[in-house]
Write a new protein. Structure first.
Length: 199
C-alpha cells in the first residue's frame, strides 16, 4: 500500500475539510431545485469527508510521532464509509459534551447500528429500491423536510470542525508539532508509549 509523507497528510486533511464544505454548497444548489434525495446524499458524504479529516489529523500526529503505521489498515479505514461516519459522530458527541462515556460499550454498539442504517438510507437516496415488495424511487421517500434537516445537520457539523481547524491554523499548531512536542505532551498526560501499546 502507498505510504504518504507528513506533508501529504498535512495538506490532505485540509483538502478533506474543504471538500466537505463544497459538498454542502452543492447540496444547497440542489435543495433550491427541489432535488431532495441528492441533497441528503451529499450531506452524508460531507459528513464522511469530515470523518476523513479527523482520521488524517490522527495519522498526521502518528507520523510525526514516528509510529510505524500499518498502511493497509490505514487505507481500509480511510475508504470505509461507516468508520468515517462513526468517527465524526463520536467526536461531535465528545465536543458537544453528550454523555458518551457513561456506558461506552452500549454507545459503541448503538453507533455501529446507527451507522449501518444511515449508510442504507444514503443508498436509498440514489437508487430505486423495494419497501415491503413495492418499488419506489428515492424521491418517493425523501422529501423537503428530510433534506432540510440533513442540510442543517451538515452545516452545523461542518461549522463545529471548521472552527476547530481555524483555531489550529491561527495558532500554527500543525507547523509547531514535532516528535519532541508530542512525546512531552504524552509524558505530561501520563500516556507515554500509548501508540506502541495499541498499534
Amino acid at each position: 500500500m502507498q505510504k504518504l509523507s507528513v506533508e501529504q497528510i498535512k495538506e490532505s486533511r485540509v483538502k478533506a475539510l474543504q471538500n466537505a464544505d463544497e459538498l454542502i454548497h452543492d447540496a444547497e444548489i440542489l435543495f433550491k431545485e427541489k432535488r431532495y434525495p441528492r441533497v441528503l446524499f451529499l450531506c452524508q458524504i460531507s459528513g464522511e469527508e469530515i470523518g476523513k479529516y479527523i482520521m488524517l489529523t490522527s495519522i498526521f500526529v502518528q507520523l510525526i510521532s514516528e509510529v510505524d503505521l500499518d498502511w493497509k489498515k490505514t487505507w481500509k479505514r480511510l475508504t470505509s464509509h461507516t468508520e468515517k461516519y462513526e468517527l465524526v459522530t463520536y467526536m461531535e458527541d465528545v465536543f458537544l459534551e453528550r454523555n458518551v462515556f457513561a456506558d461506552m460499550k452500549r454507545y459503541q454498539d448503538n453507533l455501529k447500528d446507527e451507522s449501518k442504517k444511515i449508510d442504507q438510507f444514503k443508498q436509498k437516496s440514489l437508487y430505486c429500491d423495494f419497501t415491503e415488495k413495492l418499488p419506489h424511487c428515492p424521491s418517493d421517500i425523501i422529501g423537503k423536510e428530510i433534506a432540510e434537516n440533513a442540510l442543517k445537520w451538515a452545516k452545523n457539523r461542518f461549522h463545529l470542525f471548521s472552527v476547530m481547524e481555524k483555531s489550529l491554523q491561527n495558532a500554527k499548531v500543525t507547523d509547531k508539532i514535532t516528535k519532541e512536542f508530542i512525546d512531552q505532551a504524552k509524558k505530561d498526560m501520563g500516556i507515554e508509549g500509548l501508540y506502541k501499546k495499541i498499534s
